[in-house]
Ligand binder design. Structure first.
Ligand code: ATP
Ligand code: MG
Length: 342
């Protein structure tokens, strides 16, 4: 199985190389036949050559690399993130990665809530425009666009995945009282698709009261499905409930092709880049998600155990209150992994 590795910018270039030895160790130990190739797409290449996602990249990835590990994209020298949008949206749209899966485990609990965000349409569809009078925009429009086909295939995949994972409850997050057209489309498809999964009990919540309830007590939730913008916002709440951006990771998947991209939720964090203190936990969790997705949950489990154990010690990075560095934290994780696998 070939993996494309894009460390990207800022701390992406620190945390991704730091977690690759764990991927290698697990691949060797479990005989997974994994190999990877590093791609230099990111800010430096953009600044030097104005190349974001190279023209042949999508064909190459689609034919040879079913899994992609991405660090982060973002650079203060490129203010509007032109290269990041080119690469990330290029991958998302070009590989049709319409399901974004962001699991989170609220601090103090041991249950992981499965959050699914639709990744390609809604308010991110790119439909809209501006009407200007003189120099200033007088009217600005971003339209929320959903096709029944996309909502159906998205929800069907989410419900199937939730039911296969043994979960019993799923919540649709929407705002159909204020955003009625797409809201009702989602509700209608949700109810219809749920009928195919008798083991799942569905509920529907308005996004505002949902956020309130989630922050006050996440324990009733097992699975969450949401449109693009709501899912984006809720997933940051999820990262906060976990204890920080340094911990959360996501998978963007095209269920039809199996092609998937795994990344930490955090960005390039220019404020701490180059100081060696970036927390590699989220990038390592992206590796665990990748191993799950490739059908090797047996290999992902020891990595998660080692990460959780090391994060509770002083070798944790400063964002978690420890005195570790990216390197010493991963050295601790590797030591625990080797012991666990012995
Ligand atoms: P980008 O534009 O690339 O998203 P950003 O400035 O939004 O970058 P983020 O990466 O989203 O920065 O991070 C937000 C805050 O969280 C920053 O203060 C950053 O230092 C901190 N942070 C993010 N990721 C990590 C990490 N892995 N370890 C430690 N701190 C982190
Ligand atoms: Mg950010």
């Amino acid at each position: 199985m070939r993996i494309a590795v894009i460390p990207g910018d800022g701390i992406g270039g620190e945390v991704v190389p730091a977690v690759l030895p764990a991927l290698e160790l697990l691949g060797d130990h479990f005989g997974l036949g994994l190999s990877y190739r590093i791609f230099d797409w990111g800010a430096e290449r953009w600044l030097a050559e104005r190349v974001g996602l190279p023209p042949d990249a999508l064909d190459l990835l689609a034919s040879d690399y079913p899994a992609i590990l991405l660090g982060a994209l973002g650079d203060p020298r490129i203010p509007d993130m032109a290269h990041g949008r080119d690469i990330l949206l290029g991958l998302r749209r070009g590989l049709d990665l319409y399901v974004n899966y962001r699991p989170f485990t609220p601090r103090g609990g041991d249950r992981t809530i499965a959050l699914f965000r639709e990744n390609t349409q809604g308010l991110y569809a790119g439909v809209g425009g501006t009407v200007s009078h003189g120099r200033h925009p007088a009217v600005a429009i971003d339209e929320c666009v959903y096709t029944r086909e996309t909502v159906e295939k998205f929800l069907r995949y989410c419900l199937r995945t939730l039911s296969e994972s043994g979960r019993e409850r799923v919540t649709l997050v929407h705002k159909s009282n204020a955003v009625p057209h797409t809201g009702r489309l989602w509700q209608g498809v949700f109810r219809a698709e749920l009928a195919g999964f008798p083991g799942l009990v569905g509920s529907e919540e308005y996004v505002d009261s949902f956020c309130y309830h989630l922050v006050r007590d996440p324990s009733p939730y097992e699975g969450i499905v949401a449109s693009n913008l709501f899912g984006d916002i809720v997933s940051d709440i999820g990262a906060a409930l976990m204890g920080g951006l340094g911990l959360a990771a996501s998978a963007s998947v095209c269920p039809e092709t199996g092609c998937a991209l795994f990344e930490p939720v955090h960005g390039s964090a220019p404020d701490i880049a180059g100081r060696g203190i970036a927390n590699p936990y989220a990038a390592a969790t992206a590796v665990a998600l990748m191993l799950d997705h490739l059908g090797h949950p047996r290999a992902a489990a020891p990595l998660r155990r080692a990460l959780a154990a090391a994060a509770r010690t002083d070798s944790a990075t400063p964002d978690l209150g420890g005195h570790g560095t990216t390197g010493t934290f991963m050295a601790d994780v590797m030591k625990r992994l080797e012991k666990d696998l012995a």
